[in-house]
Design a protein around this ligand. Sequence first.
Ligand SMILES: Cc1ncc(C[n+]2csc(CCOP(=O)(O)OP(=O)(O)O)c2C)c(N)n1
Length: 644
Amino acid sequence: MSDRILDTISTPEDLKPLDGAQLRVLAKEIRDQLIDTVSQTGGHLAPNLGVVELTLGILRALDTPRDRVIWDVGHQGYVFKLLTGRRDRFSTLRQYGGLCGFPKRSESRYDVFDTGHASNSISVALGLAQARDARGTDEQIVAVIGDGSLTGGMAFEALNHAGHLGTKMIVVLNDNEMSISENVGALASYLARVRLDKRYIQLREAVEGSIAKVPGIGAGLVAAGEAAKESFKQLVVPGMVFEELGWKYVGPINGHDVQKVQDAITWARNAEGPVIIHMVTHKGQGYAPAEVSPDEFHGIAPFEVSTGKVNGAKGGPPSFTEVFGEAIVAEAALDERICAITAAMPSGTGLGRFRDAYPDRFFDVGIAEQHAVGFAAGLAVGGRRPVVAIYSTFIQRAYDQIIMDVCLQNLPVVFALDRAGLVGEDGPTHHGVFDMSFLRAVPNLTLCTPADEAELVDMLHTGLQTDGPFAIRYPRGKGVGVALPREPSVLEAGRAQVRRTGTDVALLAWGRMVGVAERAAASLMEAGVSASVVNMRWVKPVDMETVAWAAQRHDLVVTIEENTSIGGAGSAVLEALADMGLTPDVMHLGVPDCFVTHGAMNRLLEEVRLTPSGVSEAVLGRLQRVSESEGERHGQTQSRRRAR
Ligand SMILES: Cc1ncc(C[n+]2csc(CCOP(=O)(O)OP(=O)(O)O)c2C)c(N)n1
């Protein structure tokens, strides 16, 4: 029998009788559990280690699930999951069929909102608070947002709106000075001043105390009116920026002290209007390797607990991300106009070397994808050659800026869209399966996808030589192991590469699906079906000539893309066929019209049948149906003839 306190916590109510000593033991048990599980499943370790006491304090002060907690991004919600009835399933975290790595309403009634993309929690909380007021109920609404996520425009927009409405709600600002990497921006510097400058706090206490005590002066100051009071406050009150926006500011508070967290929330729940509580925490708290490298342990693959080293064989081909990171440094050496922009993900997008080599040409704009694209547009108008490196899923935030700020004006901005396609354990909030559909609708944009890492180098080079918007989408994970070009080449836009010529079926594939098509062709061959394989390379412009060749020389044309099957590369082929008046038998394979769950990448590719066997079975099934229906037609014709 376990004697862990953690094993006695079935609901947050079980936390309430615990005393300070028991809470400290529980916090240690939670950290051990987090480390143990995430070392096996991989996941967001450092953010969760940093919010153990903060989560305990919130849950003790509130009455959940009646009171509502919204976790911004949601990657720091593991502790919440452990304490809200999901401890027994915690080992299934991020596994196929197991607990999601982010809040999920379908998983628990404690999860109020499915999050994954940053900076929307205050908006959602405000909506919930307005709905509560309209209903006339009195539950508390709490958004927990990190200092990194507070850099996102949506968070500012919501602060602005809520401050104006004066709606009762609580924002817990979890300030650990880190986004994934070090947090950036003027607001981060402001928070640092508030956090670090003890003089603010001492001065505030001293001055507030003395004003109250000295007869005449304190009263005189108040009598001098609001203006004097406000300018005086500005000097001495931390968090004045928030106060000016209509929020009550509380803090800074030690977010590793459960009692202090609990007291602050309890105070805020009785206050009028919107309250922001500034809590200071340490990312990675309690596990030395994560404390030393909180960025590496932000999201980590399975690792060895004693050393903090990631498991698995080193070596093998470099990842697409690494190849991009090297290629852009090489390009920048030859063209001083080239700039690189990341939205808070310098290492995730492979820009670490660029940042070190060209600090003046490197911009981390914070979690601000819309601004990143608008900013790139300005750079381009000013004669620079910006490369915006953003994951496929997060560029969704900047669709309007892509259309209006970049493409309408045909500006030379290169979009390097990493993590395109399925991404595995992070699940539906992170799969990059829409970009081909929403990007190919935009005029002036060229859109391509490399089948291997060598092509990525050439495509980046091609993009930088192109006088107009250019997007490259490439997948998470390792390349296929081909040699990289010594000198990158310019590829002809809209020219596909035929990799194998057959007679029965044409497999037209994009990106990582080219390798899948090649393997499918090999197994089709064994089944007596001869397949051509084309690396289509370009989504826009699509290669009309090759599409026509495929249609005219094969019984069946099959399109294969790691993107939603709606409106993507396969649709481009269908449109091309329609435009050319060609009507071959076509099969259209892609991610089905649903949100694909989380789990190991291979498992997910299997689920959507984008594997060699999935493709070959689909092709054989179709050929079989075609021959059966032809047989039927043939049979009908025969019997009609006989009847005549
Ligand atoms: C729109 C969007 N862009 C980028 C990301 C990737 N991302 C996930 S967490 C994170 C940093 C969040 O920092 P913070 O809010 O301070 O939380 P912490 O991890 O420090 O607790 C980033 C950039 C995202 N989830 N959503």
